[in-house]
Design a binder for this molecule. Sequence first.
Ligand code: ZN
Ligand code: ZN
Ligand code: ZN
Length: 250
Amino acid sequence: MTAPALLPGVPDGVDHHRVISEMMRRACSAGFDIWWRRAGSVGFCANPIQLTGTDEVGRERVVWVRCNNRRATVCPSCSDLYARDTWQLVAAGTTGGRHNITTAVATRPQVFTTLTAPSYGAVHSGSGSKCRDHKTAGGHKRCQHGKPLWCSTIHEQTDVRVGQPLCAECYDYLGHVLFTWHLPELWRRFTIALRRDLTKHLKSQGSQAGSVKVSFVKVVEMQARAIPHIHASSVRSPRKPRQYRHRRLT
Ligand SMILES: [Zn+2]
Ligand SMILES: [Zn+2]
Ligand SMILES: [Zn+2]
């Protein structure tokens, strides 16, 4: 008996045999070459958008464009392209030496920070060690609903319990949802407060307000408990290099 053929990169829940048979059907079809060139023109995007229009002599034309979705589960190709673009952006902004950014940028103060949501209740953890050891979780206590507040299991990352509350009735789902909903606004206000604090600090140091600017990129990731957190990288750079040099010399 031969082992079933498995394709790399196929999402969970998708029947590999069905994918293979569809690939075979496509490869044997008469229009395969045209289809291959079209699919290749959009980087083999999983969900290309088909734009239809007429050319100057009235013939109907179909053009494919990328879906540009950043989620690997939706489109591995577009998400990979986005990740590569982001890498170029971050590398240029932090180390320089590419895309017309000088290497001097690497000497400027840089911060790599992670902004995580508060706890809305104990959840199962897939950290690789005991989930919630009773020795550190206050003993073998139970919540008011009778659910254990400890868990001695070492969960695999793929365990469906990872990120789930120890007690769904104790878990603050309302807070969880409100935080997630308001995250963009929280981030916006954070950046406003950061720039205001910087201006205040510059003034207190006798420097001109606005002489230093904060540039940043951020990536929003979903944690196992289904709440987003932010990784941000920021660089503080002089807004007007000539003025900055002058101040440092005097
Ligand atoms: Zn795509
Ligand atoms: Zn657990
Ligand atoms: Zn409970």
